[in-house]
Write a protein that binds this ligand. Structure first.
Ligand code: PEP
Ligand code: MN
Length: 381
């Protein structure tokens, strides 16, 4: 990609910068808030819930790029002021969209991050203007833009001297009509391959459907996204804009908990191709992996206890051999066969001990509270 110079990834290092207390490119960005600022009360309720669920940035549009001139266009300055006040109250940096070159300077005085929306991705005058701003910029992918065009637009901002650009994949338009757009999640690893800039995903505009957002958030983070941005409204049915894709605070809280857990896993295993930078980082990842190993062990022992419901008391040596066989097939890298055999010997012995122990012998109960009897057909499994 010839025209991609300043954004191009040349070495392992990726761009990181701080916005308030968040380090973009390192911490998982969780940007939540309504499509548009509608009132102080609406922002306040939404921000409180978003913050409690772990959001680290608040969004809210005051200038809305609506397809129809007769739709709600946003509250303008009054909305920006509300966003700022509420953000300050909850200690959340705020992000809002800028649509006009004339608004860049003064909006930058209110917002922590300026957003250039999909429809303005190739508004070159606007790109140059935000490039001259001191504020970090979220650059959304145009709905018909190729990766090269998107990165070229980032290049406009970078070449004006603003190197704090966050790319945001928000779905592209295809022939599909069930979803509002088609999420191009391959854009996440592709951007990481081509550029050093952080990339986040917005499944709210990408899918347009509340039911599809949780899975897309997880998939984005699994694919190495630096964060997600979602629309959240205290009362989605009342949203003046994009009501069909507005999450309730409860739905957002569930998503936030899941993606945070997943991000820890993805990052500590290095599955997102982010090498540990120093000794402290190596140790932090080891601590995280240890926490995962312990939680996996706990789940494994709990399942082993549940198998009692289905089997009679006879120990099935064949099953133990099968388990060991599976484990040995996964021996690779720095793991030695001897170590794995010994480790699994211990794990299976503990599993047996738990299954036989009196303390854990309470009868298993079905959902109606009735004891579950062993199933004879599954004898020994
Ligand atoms: C938005 O984030 O409010 C928005 C209008 O998004 P997009 O530019 O991606 O359509
Ligand atoms: Mn919206």
């Amino acid at each position: 990609m010839n025209g991609i110079r300043l954004a191009a990834r040349r070495e392992e290092k990726r761009t990181q910068f701080t916005v308030g207390e968040v380090t973009v490119g390192k911490d998982l960005l969780l940007i939540a808030g309504p499509c548009s600022v509608e009132s102080e009360e609406q922002m306040w309720e939404t921000a409180r819930a978003a913050r409690a669920a772990g959001a680290n940035m608040l969004r809210g549009g005051a200038f809305k790029p609506r397809s129809s001139p007769y739709s709600f266009q946003g509250m303008g300055l009054a909305g920006v002021k509300i966003l700022r006040r509420v953000g300050d109250e909850f200690g959340l940096p705020v992000v809002t969209e800028v649509m006009d070159t004339r608004d860049v300077a003064w909006l930058g005085e209110f917002a922590d991050v300026l957003q250039v929306g999909a429809r303005n991705m190739q508004n070159f005058a606007l790109l140059k203007e935000v490039g001259r701003s001191r504020r970090p910029v979220i650059l959304k992918r145009g709905m018909n833009a190729t990766l090269e065009e998107w990165l070229s637009s980032a290049e406009y901002i970078l070449s004006e001297g603003n190197d704090r650009v966050i790319l945001c994949e928000r779905g592209i338009r295809t022939f599909e009509r069930y979803t509002r757009n088609t999420m191009d999640l391959s854009a996440v690893p592709a951007v990481h391959e081509l550029a050093h800039l952080p990339v986040i995903v917005d499944p709210s505009h990408g899918t347009g459907k509340v039911s599809l957002i949780p899975a897309m958030c997880l998939a984005a983070v699994a694919g190495g996204a630096d964060g997600i941005m979602v629309e959240v409204h205290a009362r989605p049915a009342e949203a003046l804009c994009d009501a069909d894709q507005a999450l309730t605070p409860e739905q957002f809280a569930a998503i936030a908990a899941q993606v945070k857990t997943l991000a820890v896993f993805i990052r500590s295993t290095g599955a997102d191709d982010r090498p540990a930078g120093d000794l402290a980082e190596c140790r932090r990842r080891i601590n995280q992996l240890d926490a995962w190993i312990m939680s996996l062990l706990r789940s494994r022992m709990e399942l082993a206890l549940q198998t009692r419901r289905f089997k009679t008391g006879v120990l099935d040596r064949g099953r133990e051999e099968e388990v060991l066989g599976n484990v040995m097939q996964a021996v690779a890298g720095p793991l030695s066969e001897e170590f794995c055999r010994e480790l699994y010997g211990r794990i299976m012995a503990e599993s047996r001990r738990l299954q036989d122990s009196e303390e854990t012998m309470r009868p298993a109960l079905d959902p109606n509270g009735e004891p579950v009897l062993p199933t004879m057909e599954r004898n020994g499994r």
